[in-house]
Design a protein around this ligand. Structure first.
Ligand SMILES: Nc1ncnc2c1ncn2[C@@H]1O[C@H](COP(=O)(O)OP(=O)(O)OP(=O)(O)O)[C@@H](O)[C@H]1O
Length: 210
């Protein structure tokens, strides 16, 4: 069984016109950066991989995750971690409650979930921020919490759609390294959509241009 995310002959079309054609393998801990003009189909590709692409798009090709063909599986079964542009966190919940939301409810007491969320906050360098309203965190801090919430849910791969676009240049560099390091240490394949060549460079992986 091969770890990683394989897109096997994925072909997505719109109104009879081919929009996306891709065959690739993203190994565990590696990042594939998908670039391309506005409207070229980057987000559409992520939706297909996540399992919720619907009409008017037509799609064929397989999505294989850690050796299993998940093409016919629902998004819930695929267990992928999705992160989109800001806002990333639920605004009506504290930072800690946002993190606890990522943890499975079954088999874990509330106290245990709170402890795990506190530990996760320490891991992202935000100890003591648990009671804060997410809006009081900087963009980079919000991204770190959002990533940690994804990781607590134990995803099998990460699908990131312009996750750094709301950050200024200095925060962006630091946050992208944080995200890529986390993906590596959790051995997760990452499909990253970005307009920024610096993101692709920092990802140190392959680039696919639509
Ligand atoms: N529900 C829909 N019905 C019809 N066309 C759609 C629909 N959603 C998206 N499209 C079209 O599909 C194409 C691909 O859109 P997509 O959002 O994947 O592009 P993108 O590369 O992510 O663009 P951007 O960089 O601007 O976010 C675009 O031409 C868009 O107008």
């Amino acid at each position: 069984m091969t770890d990683g995310l394989v897109l096997d002959n994925v072909n997505i079309s719109l109104a009879g016109r081919s929009l996306v054609e891709i065959s690739t393998t993203i190994a565990a801990g590696q990042v594939l950066t998908v670039m391309g003009d506005s409207g070229s189909g980057k987000s559409t590709l992520l939706e297909y991989v996540a399992g919720f692409l619907s009409a008017p798009f037509q799609a064929s090709g397989k999505v294989i995750l850690n050796g299993y063909d998940v093409t016919s599986d629902t998004p819930q079964v695929r267990q992928l971690g999705l992160m989109f542009q800001a806002p990333l966190l639920f605004p009506h919940m504290s930072v800690l409650d946002n993190l606890m939301f990522g943890l499975p409810a079954a088999g874990l007491s509330k106290g245990c979930r709170a402890e795990m969320a506190e530990a996760a906050l320490r891991d992202v360098g935000l100890e003591g921020f648990g009671r804060r309203d997410p809006a009081t965190l900087s963009g980079g801090q919000q991204t770190r919490v959002a990533l940690m919430r994804l990781l607590l849910a134990k995803p099998k791969a990460l699908l990131l759609d312009e996750p750094f676009s709301s950050l200024d240049q200095s925060r962006r560099a630091e946050t992208r390294h944080f995200v890529f390091d986390m993906a590596k240490s959790h051995k997760l394949p990452v499909l990253l959509v970005s307009h920024d060549p610096e993101d692709a460079k920092a990802a140190e992986g392959e680039i696919f241009t639509l």
